[in-house]
Design a protein around this ligand. Structure first.
Ligand SMILES: [Fe+2]
Length: 260
């Protein structure tokens, strides 16, 4: 269960109908393999979404909300907030399947979620309805990591009935939108594999959630400006437990002092 080399896959949609390929990918992820599905969403569509979220972020107040049935879509800023399970610094935009939104996000990303479910060993449409299932819900989490401050501590995410891997889609490209840092997975020898060094706009990345991973600080030498929205964007196809579900473990921060 350690990070090995990357495997690139084309034709994301075709894999949905290929059970043996899905099983192969699932076993590879269990074994520590990292998979990258190339070019799942066009760059132009990604630009429209980023532009919209930027305007929302620039012109309305960020607020935290706990995850529960019927929760409104919202955005929030997390600046190394000590109340988080995993310390991080980002601006997050959250969408739930029971709220309608102008991009019909859960329709736009339906196939991505279906593949997530199948790879993780769940029924194709699970967690995508308008009610929670087994104490969990689908949640689209757009994350903006600003140049000069964005990052996330090394951590482990829970692996349980709801997930083995937590896929994310890249919405920026290192070398164009930012120059340093990005998502990393830690290999068995302690070396960090920087995933953003190998990805482009619209690529979806899968890896085992129990591999130590995080986000190396984005452009640490740059000056921070939250309003410029210059930095790194991703969207995570999350399935999260409801705030009061104690059956699934919490994510574990491997850098917080109290862990040691
Ligand atoms: Fe994570």
């Amino acid at each position: 269960m350690f990070a090995k080399d990357l495997i690139y896959l084309n034709n994301h949609d075709l894999v949905l109908e290929n059970n043996s390929k899905i099983n192969e990918i699932r076993e590879g992820i269990k074994d520590g393999q990292v998979y990258i599905f190339k070019n799942v969403l066009p760059k132009e569509k990604i630009a429209l979404i980023k532009n919209y979220l930027t305007q929302v972020g620039q012109n309305s107040l960020p607020n935290y909300k706990k995850i529960e049935a019927g929760c409104p879509n919202f955005h929030r800023i997390n600046i190394w907030d000590a109340r988080s399970y995993v310390l991080c610094c980002f601006h997050q935009f959250t969408f739930f399947p029971w709220n309608q939104d102008i991009f019909s996000m859960f329709n736009l990303f339906k196939k991505a979620y279906e593949l997530r479910n199948l790879v993780n060993g769940n029924p194709r449409e699970k967690f995508l309805g308008i009610e929670p299932e087994d104490g969990c819900i689908g949640r689209l989490s757009f994350q903006f990591y600003p140049s000069g401050a964005g990052g996330m501590n090394k951590h482990l995410d829970p692996v349980d009935h709801h997930q083995l891997a937590v896929p994310m889609m890249m919405m920026t490209k290192k070398g164009i939108d930012f120059n340093k840092g990005g998502a990393f997975v830690e290999k068995e020898n302690g070396q960090r594999l920087i995933i953003d060094d190998f990805t482009d706009y619209g690529d979806i990345v899968y890896f085992n959630a129990q591999i130590p991973h995080g986000v190396d600080k984005i452009d640490p030498d740059s000056e921070l400006n939250w309003l410029s929205f210059k930095g790194r964007w991703i969207v995570i196809f999350a399935v999260n437990k409801l705030f009061n579900n104690a059956n699934i473990k919490d994510a574990v921060d491997l850098e917080k002092e109290e862990v040691f």
